[in-house]
Design a protein around this ligand. Structure first.
Ligand SMILES: O=C(O)CCC(=O)C(=O)O
Length: 258
């Protein structure tokens, strides 16, 4: 699956970078065959060619604006315009990728010996442009956990230059913790006060490249103007001892991967 032997990667340096800046490049790690397989699987899932009953789907908004997204509809028929597909830890192809031995080294170095997955998600920007994703953090009470998670590993399935809506970050922003107790989208006044727009750093990526993204890092992505799809797969790794704190429904159990 990997284009490099896991022991050839200087994980300690990558993790030190991640801790300091809130993000880090792991390099081009997916082999050409794996990339093909992941891309084909993404299309098969979106086009309904495989059973997606256990997955969570959300379509792009008509306008490409985040504010215009419609929630709660799930699968809306075959389309390449789904912006987000979750629960991919239940899909054999994505499950195999998220459990690769290099990600295992990274996850154990950051999270500890026993590792579970909080979420495994495809973020896609279709050839038609996709939807803007505003500044946000991936944690807070919205996530319903007994502690804030830290590590996400993001894999580009396609080239993601700036014009394709690459990930953008506010470097170092993870160090200040949550912007709001709820987590998720950063309110516009808070983003303005912190100068997020001026501090924005576009993190372009090549197909097969993986990034480490701290859950507390302010990050976002824009529309895709390339006319070609920009798909990425992101996985949130948490200590296996993490507990779900939600009360209204049965607490979630997280898949143990390492
Ligand atoms: O790929 C994207 O556009 C967003 C990625 C993201 O927000 C994440 O990995 O947490």
């Amino acid at each position: 699956m990997l284009s490099r032997h896991p022991s050839a990667v200087d994980v300690e340096t990558v993790v030190a970078d991640f801790r300091r800046r809130g993000w880090a490049r792991l390099g081009r790690v997916a082999s050409a065959e794996t990339l093909e397989e992941l891309r084909a699987r993404a299309d098969d899932i979106m086009l309904g060619r495989v059973d997606g009953a256990r997955l969570f789907f959300q379509r792009d908004s008509e306008s490409g604006r985040y504010e215009d997204l419609v929630f709660g509809r799930g699968w809306e028929g075959p389309s390449l315009s789904y912006r987000k597909i979750e629960k991919l830890e239940t899909d054999p192809v994505f499950r195999a990728w998220l459990g690769n031995p290099l990600f295992e080294r990274v996850a154990r170095a950051v999270v500890g010996d026993a590792v579970s997955v909080y979420r495994a998600t495809l973020f896609t920007k279709s050839a038609e442009g996709g939807t803007v994703l505003p500044w946000h953090q991936d944690g807070g009470s919205f996530w319903g956990l007994d502690r804030d998670p830290e590590l996400q590993i993001w894999t580009a399935l396609d080239d993601a230059p700036e014009e394709a809506g690459c990930v953008e970050v506010v470097e170092g922003s993870h160090a200040r913790g949550l912007a709001t107790p709820l987590g998720g989208t950063i309110p516009a006044d808070v983003a303005g006060r912190e100068g997020a727009e001026e501090r924005r750093l576009p993190v372009d990526a090549r197909a097969g490249e993986a990034l480490l993204i701290h859950n507390m890092l302010w990050h976002r992505s824009g529309r895709n103007t390339t006319g070609a799809p920009r798909r990425a797969f992101t996985v949130s790794y948490i200590p296996a001892s993490t507990r779900c704190t939600r009360r209204r429904r049965a607490p979630r159990e997280f898949l143990r991967v390492f």
